[in-house]
Design a protein around this ligand. Structure first.
Ligand SMILES: [Cu+2]
Length: 135
C-alpha cells in the first residue's frame, strides 16, 4: 500500500519535471522559429537573405540562383526610382526610391524573369531550385 503510494508520488514528480522541461524547450524554440513575414516589404531582412542590387539601371547579379524558401531582397542604389515585377506576375514591388528595398520569398522552384516596370529594358532572372532538405 505505502509502496504504491511512493510509486505514484515518484511518477507525479517526474511528470512535473518532464512538463517543466518541455515548456522550457518550447519557450526556447518559440523565438527563432517565428514564421517568416509574408509581407512585401521587410524592414530588416535576415542575414541569410539574398540581395539583388540595382545600380546604373542594372540588376546585380542579373541572374541569381537560390533554393526554394529563400527571401530575395532588391535594393535600389540608384538616384532615380525603379520597380521590379515578375513577367508571370508572381511578384511586383511598389516604386522603389533610393535605398528602398523590396523582398519576396521564393517558395516554388522555377525560373522567374522580371523587369523594371519604369524601365522595361532592365531585366533580371531568379532561378529557384528545390530545397535539399527542409529545415
Ligand atoms: Cu528602373
Amino acid at each position: 500500500m505505502s509502496k504504491d503510494f511512493m510509486r505514484v508520488r515518484a511518477l507525479v514528480a517526474s511528470l512535473a519535471l518532464l512538463s517543466g522541461g518541455v515548456a522550457l524547450v518550447a519557450g526556447g524554440l518559440a523565438l527563432p522559429t517565428a514564421p517568416q513575414a509574408q509581407s512585401a516589404e521587410v524592414a530588416a531582412p535576415a542575414a541569410t537573405a539574398t540581395e539583388v542590387r540595382i545600380d546604373n539601371f542594372t540588376f546585380s547579379p542579373a541572374a541569381l540562383t537560390v533554393t526554394a524558401g529563400t527571401t530575395v531582397t532588391w535594393i535600389n542604389g540608384d538616384d532615380i526610382p525603379h520597380a521590379v515585377a515578375a513577367k508571370d506576375r508572381s511578384f511586383r514591388s511598389k516604386t522603389l526610391d533610393t535605398d528602398d528595398r523590396f523582398s519576396f520569398v521564393f517558395r516554388m522552384p522555377g525560373e522567374y524573369d522580371y523587369f523594371c516596370t519604369l524601365h522595361p529594358h532592365m531585366v533580371g532572372k531568379i532561378i529557384v531550385k528545390a530545397g535539399s532538405s527542409p529545415s
